[in-house]
Design a protein. Sequence first.
Length: 154
Amino acid sequence: AMMLQAGFETRVFYTGFGGFDTHAAQGKAIGRHPDLLEDLDEALKGFADDCKAMGIWQNCVVVVISEFGRRNFENGSAGTDHGGGNVVLLSGGAIQPGLHGDPLTDNDLAQPFLPWTVDFRAIYSNVLEQHLGFADARQVFGEAYSSPTSVGVV
């Protein structure tokens, strides 16, 4: 938020927030995962509050994504292993609120891996084209892709 306030002309900022690659002890009583999510929540709230105070929140899009999903079932060490489906969190005044993508079914949850219906590049493309004004965001990825479900998050 301070960099935005300082007048940087950069339109995309990136930061990392690690520690989520926990395969064991992910529960509230014995694990770090809830604490990590609380830290993320506090950081996002602080950023949002600062941007709102500066009057720029309506122009902001925040994308929180992990490079891996999780399996549906607990492993032998009270955690979960890497899986295919994932969650992407978007925040900001420019975001269309709600859940985007196909809802999960009981059958989906009974499978070892969550299915995915939105390619992460479709989310990035929507932000790049609708929020940042890129003519064709597919050029950013250097390869063709198709998403089973389109998204309109911005």
